[in-house]
Design a protein around this ligand. Structure first.
Ligand code: NAD
Ligand code: TYD
Length: 354
């Protein structure tokens, strides 16, 4: 295959947490593809996440903002991408509470810009084309003590973040029904692992333990999330992109429900052991703080469809995954330092001390 006939895959948000793991996987596994990583490099995007693959011949970085339709259309015209895997988003629930409009711009309008540009350039000939929307389980709302989110669970988003993702998902499905664009979607539970921006619970807790700062647990800490090792998510996306049925949605989960307080205690213990600190020392840093407004109580995924149809299930057991995660952040303190300098501390002070 010559380079001019290589399959061109656009990955948006590839400099972020999940995106960087996906880009690395796709670049390494598919030398016969051209992988284009389009990212605006917001506070959450960091090219240092991709240092190891940046000089691979099938990797290309494009700095662009999905809010800039003119630029997005030009890029589609220039490259005529065959596949789009769309991850670029404002992704933090707390930020969506203080700045909801930014979430409408990027998550709703930005997604529309990609769909609109793809349709203009692809026309009606969708042969070998695919638009993949990477979404979240948060669109399904909040569960009580029982039940699981299935693919047919009605959408019931409750935060500006999840409302913006839900809205984008609806537009993606509208493009399938109205224009027959070959789309596929997935809704995944909470991811964890290397390169996650430390505004999210797990890296925030590890970073605070390192600096002996308080560990802020919202409300009473009984909220439940289902945690998935990020590389397992990247594998699921790869499977769905290649083998998922057009028009279908796949739920992805970790089969790993934990209360926040239980998780924070576990991270304290793993980190103390790794740092050689006395047992129980970091648990003393745990501080219950004001709850997040509208805090969803429980997320839990029924991931039987992807297992049955595509044979995917999480590979990484929690003990292994949380251990590897702590180890990575401790080994990569310079990464943590770089991303938590400047603007991060301002955000932190504003969010946690006001
Ligand atoms: P992230 O915040 O770490 O990364 C988002 C990336 O998008 C960053 O690189 C950022 O620079 C880029 N970006 C933001 N706005 C942009 C814009 N206007 N134009 C171009 N690029 C822009 O997010 P993440 O945690 O890696 O999540 C990636 C995707 O996966 C999101 O769509 C999110 O909704 C979804 N998701 C995340 C999780 C999770 O646990 N993190 C779970 C399920 C689904
Ligand atoms: P987060 O990592 O922000 O992911 P999401 O809100 O998308 O699930 O938060 C995970 C859980 O941890 C969520 O229930 C909120 C809670 N949380 C805290 O208790 N303290 C914190 O400082 C943060 C950031 C989150």
């Amino acid at each position: 295959m010559t380079s001019s006939t290589k399959r061109k895959v656009l990955i948006t948000g590839g400099a972020g947490f999940i995106g960087s793991h996906l880009v690395r996987r796709m670049v390494n596994r598919y030398p016969e593809y051209e992988i284009f990583n389009l990212d605006a490099l917001t506070y959450a995007g960091n090219l240092a996440n991709l240092k190891d693959i940046e000089s691979q011949p099938n990797y290309h970085f494009i700095r662009a903002d999905i809010n800039d339709f003119k630029q997005i259309l030009e890029l589609f015209k220039t490259h005529v991408f065959d596949g789009v895997i769309h991850l670029a988003a404002e992704s933090h629930v707390d930020r969506s509470i203080t700045d909801p409009l930014a979430f409408v711009h990027t998550n709703v309008l930005g997604t529309m810009h990609l769909l609109y540009a793809a349709k203009q350039v692809w026309g009606k000939n969708f042969e070998d084309k695919r638009f993949y929307q990477v979404s979240t389980d948060e669109v399904y709302g909040s569960l009580g003590d029982t039940g699981l989110f299935r693919e047919d669970t009605p959408y019931d988003p409750r935060s500006p973040y999840s409302a913006s993702k839900a809205s984008a998902d609806h537009f993606v499905r509208a493009y399938f029904h109205t224009y027959h664009m070959p789309v596929v979607l997935s809704n995944c539970s909470n991811n964890y692992g290397p390169y996650q921006f430390p505004e999210k619970l797990i890296p925030l807790v590890i970073n605070n333990i390192l600096h002996r700062r308080n560990l802020p647990v919202y409300g009473d800490g009984t909220n439940i999330r289902d945690w998935l090792w990020v590389e397992d998510h990247a594998e699921a996306i790869d499977e769905i992109f290649h083998r998922g049925i057009t028009g279908e949605t796949y739920n992805i989960g970790g089969n790993n429900e934990m209360q926040n307080i239980e998780l924070v205690r576990l991270l304290c213990d793993i980190t103390d052991r790794a740092l050689g600190r006395p047992e129980g020392q970091s648990r003393e840093l745990i501080t219950f703080v004001k709850d997040r407004p509208g805090h969803d109580q429980r997320y839990a995924i029924d991931a039987s469809k992807i297992k049955k149809d595509l044979g995917w299930e999480p590979r990484t057991v929690p003990e292994e995954g949380f251990g590897k995660t702590v180890e990575w952040y401790l080994k990569n303190e310079s990464w943590l330092k770089a991303v938590t300098s400047g603007a991060y501390m301002k955000y932190y002070e504003k969010h946690y001390t006001s």
